[in-house]
Design a protein around this ligand. Structure first.
Ligand code: NAP
Length: 341
């Protein structure tokens, strides 16, 4: 379609992303002053965030129905409006703004797009998940070279990039994941201690091998993993809370225990929230650095091996990510008509 495009629309709030969304066809309006149009080639899947959005459970995003959904997509510029200096037709461009992701095309302010080397899944992932990895580790985690860094969901889209960035800083990396395939992947990435929670207890390993030793912990799982990280923070350690995948299935787990103040102040330690969407001012510099690392061959993006082709496969991709079986970044190829793997 040259003058129209398909998008996933959030039509209702529901327990699952699939039930909340439907495929719609929309006209592609020409760009106005300061705007560009982009025909998307790839989108990145954030199944946990997507599901929370479908439930209207993301506190800092107020969704008014109907709404498009999805966060990041990369494609090629097809039209440029007046007063746009930094894009030309044919440039590869990415957006990481909510509602920009799950659509075959997009017309919007040029300021909401960034130029990338190619409309490929690698550049898409670096510009979105890569930026999250870098800012979680450096801006919020305040990592220093050579420190000890623990990461949960370490074989996932976000986690495998954090592991690589921490290794580039000569850190000792403790990588937590579920399953032997993910564990082998993390060893190949250079993780120093891989904890496959299906084979051994995260709590027991951290209590035994990393007593008061974790300088930066980046957790997106919550539950006992968060607790074990918190209890083993080093003096001045930072626990970065970037998600709570474990709580997706229901309400946050209610636990009783001593207030965590007692675990923090003696050590001068802290728990810090991380939300990439709140840090847009830091994205350009983070991207510039990540792109440089990628072009220098110092960082690589791994994709999950299950291919998803066509915008209609996005709910399948979301559910695949939620299954816990995916490894690396989950992306959807928007260039093709919907096809099963
Ligand atoms: N705060 C931010 O700005 C920000 C930005 C990007 C991503 N995130 C968060 O970071 C996490 C990783 O995101 P991603 O897109 O890269 O996903 P992902 O890591 O590729 O996939 C999710 C992984 O989380 C683990 N997990 C643990 N408990 C789970 C559960 N109950 N349901 C599903 N998965 C569970 C699984 O790995 P194991 O079984 O190996 O643990 C699963 O493979 C997500 O929680 C996401 O919301 C946060």
């Amino acid at each position: 379609m040259n003058n129209g495009y398909r998008a996933l629309q959030l039509s209702r709030f529901a327990a699952t992303f699939r039930d909340a969304t439907e495929l719609v066809e929309l006209p592609l309006r020409p760009p106005g002053p300061g705007e560009i149009s982009v025909r998307n080639a790839w989108c990145g899947v954030n199944g946990i965030f997507d599901t929370q959005i479908a439930r209207n459970a993301v506190d800092y995003v107020r969704v008014r129905l109907p709404s498009l959904t999805g966060v990041e997509a990369a494609g090629v510029v097809t039209a440029v409006g007046p007063e746009v200096d930094d894009f030309r037709v044919g440039d590869a461009a990415v957006t990481v703004r909510f509602t920009g992701g799950y659509r075959e095309a997009n017309t919007g302010p040029a300021a909401q797009f960034a130029r990338i080397g190619a409309a490929s899944p690698e550049w898409l992932t670096l510009a979105s998940t890569g930026v999250s990895a870098l800012l979680a580790l450096e801006h919020v985690g305040a990592v220093a070279n050579g420190q000890t860094v623990a990461v949960s969901a370490a074989a996932g889209g976000l986690g495998h990039l954090i592991v690589q960035l921490a290794k580039l800083r000569a850190c000792t990396v403790v990588a937590i994941c579920g399953g032997p395939k993910k564990a082998a992947f993390l060893r190949r990435l250079g993780a120093d201690r891989v904890i496959d929670y299906q084979a051994e207890s995260v709590r027991e390993v951290l209590d035994r091998e990393f007593v008061d030793a974790i300088d930066v912990a980046i957790d997106t799982v919550s539950g006992p993993t968060f607790d074990a990280m918190l209890d083993n923070l080093a003096v001045g350690g930072r626990l970065v809370a970037g998600g709570a995948a474990q709580d997706l299935a229901g309400r946050p787990e209610v636990v009783t225990g001593p207030r965590i103040v007692h675990k923090l102040y003696y050590k001068g330690a802290s728990v810090r929230g991380f939300m990439n969407g709140l840090l847009p001012a830091l994205w350009p510099d983070a991207r510039r650095r990540l792109f440089g690392l990628y072009e220098a061959g110092q960082i690589a993006v791994t994709f999950d091996e299950v291919p998803f082709c066509g915008i209609g496969r996005i709910p399948d991709a979301v559910e695949h990510l939620l299954s816990g079986q995916s490894m690396g970044k989950v992306v959807v190829d928007l260039r093709t008509i919907d096809a099963s793997p």
